[in-house]
Design a protein around this ligand. Structure first.
Ligand code: NAD
Length: 715
């Protein structure tokens, strides 16, 4: 053994050839501050080693290095700029020393080689990998950019255009793709990874491979003329502007860094990288995207702990073959859990099956499924009009119309048909599960399972725990949702549960703003372009359906009459009564017409203002800030109330659910992250300005308590 530190071992692999192995004490290798310290010791040891002729860098784990330790990021972002610059400079000097060792070097890579792991591999002269490689620089997806030389070495190795694409999109590539790009030099079987690296090194040592030329390529300026550079950077900037937009500054910072350093040798280009990296760490989006990543890990941890407790269901049934039921059966069958699909109307059943067939055909066209696979999935959905086969089911999802007595009747009937261990769930979007459970003999086997539309696309499932729901029911339903490829978040029972409960204060606020004279298109534009929602409230209502929204609005008003009672007239019920239902009948706040590809496009409707006469509104101009505050304060307040009442268990779960279920802008991280960024005190002062608008704007006590010391929700 040449050197042995906390997470790195170096030994002689063969005479003169050393092998540096990343071997963290945890199950995976990360490039955290401890590993960087170990690498510093390791490189010092190599620099002093006599008779060294070559070096292999590899890992003792399934993967090479998964990347930096993201749990360390927030503290790093909080550090003063000079401290950050010192840290980046130290890490870059270390990587340079590794790159500058006076002997040829090869990385032997497996599976995940991401972020800092990829940057480490880029320092060596050659890279060999196994077939399962997944390599890339995903930093821009976390609101930052490569900071350990990735934006310098990658373009010099694989060309500017390819590197710009990989870095700005945070894209990872497979082994064959990496080979084609020149990011790796060969793909070898796992058992031959080290022996192949040895052969390559011996060729380099003997001079049959020009390793010095390889190294020069990475340490010299980019070999492109000014015209060629322009041809790379102008389109790259255009694309980034269009795709990432102003709320995600990291991809553009990466392009600018690569451009600024293009004409410089390695060390100058690294200075440019650091100069562009540091300001990103101070952006709202970096903090929010990192927070979102950590929230995902937190929720995954909860899911993992629950799914070990109970097996996933093996046979499911879905009652009601409408938009939701058809989607749920399809999603279940696609993920290996066959589903009986029951309806009372043959035509509805046929619609559900046709929908599943259409989705499967699309998967085949996209090459994601073969025809036989699609046929097997289709066969795993069994359409029925009676309760055939219910006794074989481990789980039933009720997805009939949103009517309490119909749902209670269906659930009571199904309970008679299934075995005593079978779990029953309801996909209700607003009816408290405790009310549905009243008709059941085994309420402990029942909970809510709220999917979002369209089911195959939307990642969130709210799992709603009723008063009598047992822990094992929750664990089984979480397992089922997880098996279906969804992210389950367990929430408490109340009208609207978590997501719809916090959505309606926002929609009520929109309704009030319209009555007060706001221009509907301006509101949508502000909420989309300035706040960052995927669609503004008017378009959202058109997508959901004004009739559905109006019905849910009534349910919420009954549930929370103190603050969600709807003033009359109100724009949502007004349009619903006029049968302007939104996209479903092509007219709501907007006209909707299909384009050449069949996608609905909205156009403003000139008749609308006249139709709004009953609201007695006088058109008025509101500033973008006022529009945002008037819509967002009620939502934020309701999210905090849900947390106070234990409807949602943690800020992490709330924020992830908001992004996954409502499309809350990821660059804002969720409501609690938004509150922390605004400052709890500043938020309360803002809400106070709008207090005359009524109880939706009244800040809950727990948030007021945070405001006293301006404390945040996240550590
Ligand atoms: P839908 O009207 O498209 O489908 C309901 C289906 O239930 C119809 O096919 C109908 O024939 C069938 N049905 C009615 N009574 C039945 C019975 N006794 N037995 C069997 N089938 C019966 O409705 P949907 O949009 O799919 O909504 C279903 C449920 O999902 C509702 O509770 C709704 O609130 C909830 N949900 C809807 C959405 C959405 O965006 N559409 C989102 C989340 C949750």
């Amino acid at each position: 053994m040449l050197c042995h530190s906390e997470s790195i071992k170096i030994s002689w692999e063969k005479e003169g050839i050393a092998k540096l192995v990343f071997d963290a004490q945890d199950a995976i290798n990360k490039l955290d501050t401890r590993t960087i310290a170990s690498l510093n010791e390791a490189v010092t040891c190599l620099e002093k080693t006599e008779h060294l002729k070559g070096l292999i860098i590899t890992s003792s784990k399934e993967s090479f290095i998964l990347g930096a330790d993201i749990t360390e990021f927030i503290a790093l972002f909080d550090a003063p700029e000079e401290q950050l610059a010192t840290w980046l400079n130290f890490a870059n000097q270390l990587f340079n020393r590794l790159e500058d060792l006076p002997v040829p070097t090869v990385s032997a890579l497996r599976k995940f080689t991401l972020g800092g792991g990829c940057e480490c591999a880029l320092t060596t002269d050659y890279r060999l990998a196994t077939e399962n490689l997944c390599i890339g620089l995903p930093e821009t997806r976390l609101g930052i950019m490569p900071g350990f030389g990735g934006s310098v070495r990658l373009p010099r190795l694989i060309g500017c255009d390819n590197a710009l694409e990989l870095i700005t999109q945070g894209k990872t590539v497979t082994a064959p793709e990496a080979l084609k790009l020149g990011l790796i030099d060969g793909i070898v079987p796992d058992t031959e990874l080290i022996s192949s690296a040895l052969i390559l090194l011996e060729q380099a040592i003997s001079g049959s491979q020009d390793w010095r030329a390889r190294r020069r390529q990475k340490t010299s300026p980019l070999q492109l003329s000014p015209a060629e550079l322009q041809m790379s950077f102008i389109p790259a900037k255009g694309l980034v502007r269009q795709k990432a937009g102003k709320h995600y500054p990291a991809p553009m910072a990466a392009v600018n860094a690569i451009e600024a350093g293009a004409g410089m040798p390695r060390d100058g280009a690294l200075t440019c990288e650091t100069a562009h990296f540091i300001p990103l760490t101070k952006t709202v989006s970096a903090r929010a995207l990192v927070s979102l990543f950590l929230n995902e890990q937190y929720v995954k941890g909860i899911t993992r702990s629950l799914i070990t407790l109970h097996d996933a269901p093996k046979q499911a049934a879905v009652i009601g073959a409408g938009i939701m039921g058809g989607g749920i059966a399809y999603q279940s069958a696609c993920n290996g859990i066959p589903a009986i699909l029951k309806d009372i109307q043959p035509a509805a059943l046929q619609t559900g099956i046709d929908e599943a067939t259409k989705l499967l055909e699309k998967q085949c066209q996209q090459g994601k499924l073969t025809l036989p696979q699609a046929a097997m999935i289709r066969a795993a959905i069994r359409p029925v009009l009676q309760y055939d086969g219910m006794d074989e089911c481990d789980i039933v999802v009720e997805a009939v119309i949103e009517n309490i007595s119909v749902k209670q009747q269906v659930l009571a009937d199904v309970e008679q048909q299934v075995s005593t261990g079978c779990i029953l769930t309801s996909n209700t979007s607003s009816i408290p599960v405790n009310k549905l459970a009243q008709v059941l003999k085994r309420p402990e086997n029942f909970c809510g399972m709220h999917f979002f539309n369209p089911v195959p696309k939307m990642p969130l499932v709210e799992v709603i725990r009723g008063e009598k729901t047992s822990d094992s029911t929750i664990a089984t339903v979480v397992h089922y949702a997880h098996k279906m490829g969804k992210t389950p978040v367990v929430v408490g029972d109340c009208p609207g549960f978590f997501i719809n409960r916090v959505l309606f204060p926002y929609l009520n606020a929109f309704s009030r703003l319209v009555s007060d004279g706001a221009d509907i298109q301006v509101v949508d534009r502000v909420m989309e372009q300035e706040f960052g929602w995927p669609m503004g409230p008017a378009l959202l209502l058109d997508v959901v359906g004004l009739d559905t929204a109006s019905h849910a609005q009534q349910v919420m008003a009954e549930g929370y009459p103190d603050r969600m009672a709807v003033s009359s007239p109100d724009v949502i019920s007004l349009l619903a009564d006029l049968k302007r239902l939104g996209q479903k009948n092509r007219i709501g706040f907007y006209h909707h017409t299909a384009d050449a590809k069949g996608r609905l496009q909205k156009q403003p409707d000139e008749q609308l203002e006249t139709l709004l006469t009953p609201l007695g509104r006088t058109p008025r101009t509101f500033s973008a800030d006022d529009i945002i505050d008037r819509l967002m304060i009620p939502m934020v307040n309701e999210v905090v109330r849900c947390y106070e009442e234990g409807i949602i268990n943690s800020p992490a779960e709330a924020d992830l659910a908001l992004v996954y279920g409502l499309g809350f802008p990821p660059f804002r991280g969720g409501v609690f992250r938004y509150l922390d960024d605004t400052g709890t005190r500043a938020f309360c002062e803002k809400a106070d300005r709008f207090s005359a608008l009524g109880p939706l704007y009244a800040v809950p006590d727990s948030l007021l308590a945070h405001a006293v010391g301006n404390t945040s929700y996240y550590p």
